[in-house]
Design a protein around this ligand. Structure first.
Ligand SMILES: NC(=O)c1ccc[n+]([C@@H]2O[C@H](COP(=O)([O-])OP(=O)(O)OC[C@H]3O[C@@H](n4cnc5c(N)ncnc54)[C@H](O)[C@@H]3O)[C@@H](O)[C@H]2O)c1
Length: 272
């Protein structure tokens, strides 16, 4: 029987209750899993406030993705607390305002480098630092990261689109190296959800409208649930032979071009 009772996960990226990571945390706790959250130094109060709304208040450790020592301290903490880890959710993205919504050609290269380290390289840093804990999972460990549809330009994403493409490549290279220790690495490419990170993209409204039109199953950008379900699948034993995968969770929008599907509930436009 499928059970996730007692599984142990490190969850990054809970900022508030709109965060995709918050929805994953709630789901995992409802399935009987134990979780440990990370927060940045500057957002600690906010993470604590919203963590308190989860079914069980989890411990919170500090992770500023660009601070190398934080990774080692988290490894030490988990080693003392659990001795192993069944999985990690990478749910981190950052790009300063100038490089995010500004002109791609003139984006400040220091801002780009900082954003790349925080949004992409941090996946490799997490797995590298937690490797022995993941390898000791009695169940086979699962690492999941969150991306977007990187095959096309998303208006306003700028360098974030590039960071996500890199994150996907990092996921594949990690999958190739970690498989020998029964650690799988996958990504969920989610449709848009109205979180703090998404709302910092000034053209997010047009991206949401596009997905609402294109998603053959419909898409509701106020709900992170579909994405957290997909993450939970990748954490569960049901995905035990899946690695190096990018699982699209966007109501099917990635599979079509333009407004093929119309809105959810209406018939497809066949034969027009
Ligand atoms: N919301 C969407 O439309 C959408 C769609 C697909 C993928 N994603 C991805 O999902 C992930 C989670 O984003 P979200 O939409 O839940 O937004 P969110 O704003 O709730 O989460 C982003 C998280 O990144 C963390 N973060 C930022 N800088 C950091 C740093 N230096 N060190 C450590 N953590 C840092 C923030 O504290 C926050 O918790 C991101 O990778 C995002 O790109 C989001």
């Amino acid at each position: 029987m499928l059970t996730m009772e007692g599984r142990r996960y490190l969850i990054t990226g809970v900022l508030n209750s709109s965060s995709i990571a918050w929805s994953v945390s709630e789901k995992l706790q409802n399935l009987g899993c134990e979780i440990l959250l990370t927060s940045t130094r500057s957002t600690r109060n906010m993470t604590e406030r919203y963590a308190a709304r989860l079914p069980i208040m989890p411990d919170i450790v500090t992770l500023d993705a660009q601070t190398r020592e934080d990774y080692a301290l988290i490894e030490e903490y988990i080693d003392g607390k659990w001795g192993y880890l069944d999985g990690v959710l990478h749910s981190i993205a950052y790009l300063s305002e100038s490089a995010l919504n500004g002109d791609f050609l003139t984006a400040d290269s220091d801002a780009v480098t900082e954003g790349f380290l925080i949004s992409s390289v941090s996946l490799q840093l997490l797995v590298a630092n937690l490797y022995q804990l993941l390898a000791r999972s009695p169940h086979g460990a699962s690492v999941v990261a969150l991306t977007t549809d990187t095959r096309r330009v998303l208006p306003g994403y700028g360098w974030m689109g590039v960071f996500k493409a890199a994150l996907e490549a990092i996921g594949r290279y990690l999958a190739a190296e970690c498989g020998r220790d029964d650690i799988r690495v996958n990504l969920v490419a989610g449709g848009p959800v109205a979180t703090a990170a998404a709302l910092s993209v000034n053209r997010i409204g047009s991206i949401i409208s596009y997905y609402e039109q294109a998603a053959v199953l419909g898409w509701d950008a106020t709900k992170a649930d579909p994405i957290s379900d997909a993450v939970t699948f990748l954490f569960s034993d049901l995905s035990r032979h899946i690695s190096g995968e990018i699982l699209h969770c966007d109501g099917g929008a990635h599979a079509v071009v333009g407004e093929v599907a119309s809105t959810a509930g209406e018939p497809l436009r066949s034969g027009e």
